[in-house]
Write a protein that binds this ligand. Structure first.
Ligand SMILES: Cc1cc2nc3c(=O)[nH]c(=O)nc-3n(C[C@H](O)[C@H](O)[C@H](O)COP(=O)(O)OP(=O)(O)OC[C@H]3O[C@@H](n4cnc5c(N)ncnc54)[C@H](O)[C@@H]3O)c2cc1C
Length: 388
């Protein structure tokens, strides 16, 4: 009788929980360690499509994700002085997103995965891995709670600043490709005056974007993305210093949003960086999700790749039986082209995300401006056969 194989997953973000669920489905015994003291919730809204959507369907979590879908609505593009530049109607936004594409809170994807793995997988919060050793037969990890975990496979799903990667593959600086922007997101207590309920309103000027996203029953989020030549210095300054400094003279609803930021204690703030790691596994340690390939928000595909990557990992392990090395090689060959394609897309978007130059900004907005025209809106909706 074959013995049950075991995996230790580091990190309980989308990648970690998706790996836990998929490996459990493949018959593995799985344990997860998570540095945070408690499960985090909320977070920003992400679009979830492609291989992630297909994988969610195979893994049986699609109906729960569909239940959490936030229907995208009107997008309002605002000029420097706060007046409306153009508006893309909700029906056109939905038609452009296409089918098999969900708009989800990051925390909702985690929540759906967490509920599914619930009783099958032990998750130890407030716990990290301090040291990793491996040989041909297995991996031994010394945990921060003083115990040792032994497994057939260790999955490093601990995000952009992965400790697993630093411990087994090398220092972050060897793999990090900065895209010279910072991103900040936090949940607003109230919608700023001047932003209509049910809309996503955004303004871009001089290399910075501010967006306010009404998420309906989920509240509203403020989103900052700005250019910088010194990402590490911005990161060190922290969101409460760096963001007000970058947006001090923006106008529009920026003063109201900055006022709320001053009192916000849960702010996501990071550099926009890709991870370029030549091989995603070393022996029985494999990286997954942002730890392995972070494609950045510019590609808008990290959650989808995390779930798609976890599903493909489970499939490869099922197909290769006890031969973990062959499974990891086959898995990487399957996922790498998609991850690299999305990284290329992320690098292209870098120049367009928050252009400094007004002409570039106008060119960036041209397709959306065209889509906002009633005749084009009708054509897009008809072409994509969107009803309702
Ligand atoms: C602003 C923004 C917008 C985005 N928009 C989209 C989008 O539209 N579409 C899309 O598909 N993706 C989007 N993404 C990307 C997406 O959120 C991530 O790619 C996805 O969540 C996968 O993350 P992950 O699980 O690999 O890492 P993370 O979410 O970073 O999770 C890592 C986990 O590991 C834990 N951890 C870290 N270190 C340790 C340690 N040493 N020990 C134990 N645990 C540890 C962390 O606490 C965390 O829980 C966006 C990202 C950002 C920042």
């Amino acid at each position: 009788m074959a013995t049950t194989k075991s995996a230790l997953v580091v990190g309980s973000g989308i990648a970690g929980l998706a790996a836990a669920l998929r490996l459990h489905q493949a018959g593995w015994r799985v344990r997860v360690v998570e540095r945070a003291p408690l499960r985090r919730g909320g977070g920003y809204a992400v679009s979830f499509a492609g291989i992630g959507y297909d994988a969610a369907e195979r893994m049986g979590i699609l109906p729960e994700l569909v239940d959490r879908h936030i229907t995208p609505d009107t997008m309002v593009y605002v000029k420097r002085d706060g007046s409306t530049s153009f508006t893309v109607p909700g029906r056109t936004v939905r038609a452009m997103a296409g089918e098999r594409n969900l708009n989800l809170l990051r925390g909702d994807i985690e929540d759906v995965l967490h509920r599914r793995v619930g009783e099958h997988v032990r998750i130890s919060y407030g716990t990290t891995v301090e040291h990793i050793e491996q040989d041909a037969d297995g991996v031994r990890a010394r945990l921060s709670d003083g115990t040792e975990a032994v497994a057939d496979l260790l999955v490093g799903a601990d995000g952009l600043h992965s400790t697993t990667r630093a411990q087994v593959f090398g220092p972050e600086s060897a793999f990090r490709r900065d895209l010279d922007h910072m991103v900040g997101v936090f949940m607003l207590d109230r919608l700023p005056r001047g932003v209509e309920p049910g809309t996503t309103a955004s303004a871009t000027d001089t290399g910075r974007t501010l967006a306010v996203i009404d998420l309906g029953r989920n509240g509203a989020a403020a989103f900052f993305g700005y250019r910088t030549a010194a990402p590490d210095a911005e990161l060190a300054a922290g969101p409460h210093t760096a963001v007000p400094r970058a947006y001090a003279d923006m106008g529009w609803v920026a003063p109201q949003v900055l006022e709320q930021l001053a009192g916000a204690d849960d702010v996501y703030f990071d550099t926009v960086s890709q991870m370029v790691v030549d091989r995603w596994s070393r022996g029985r340690v494999v990286l997954l999700g942002d730890a392995a390939w972070c494609v950045t928000l510019f590609a808008g595909y990290g959650s989808a790749l995390a779930v798609g990557g976890a599903d493909a990992l489970g499939t490869a392990l099922e197909e290769h039986g006890d031969d973990v090395a062959s499974a990891l090689a086959a898995w990487e060959a399957r996922i790498r082209p998609e991850a690299e394609r999305k990284q290329r897309l992320g690098r292209r978007v870098k120049g367009l995300y928050a252009p400094k130059d007004p002409l570039r900004l106008w060119l960036r907005d041209l397709p959306l401006r065209t889509a906002s025209r009633p005749w084009m809106s009708r054509l897009i909706q008809r072409r994509l056969q969107l009803k309702g």
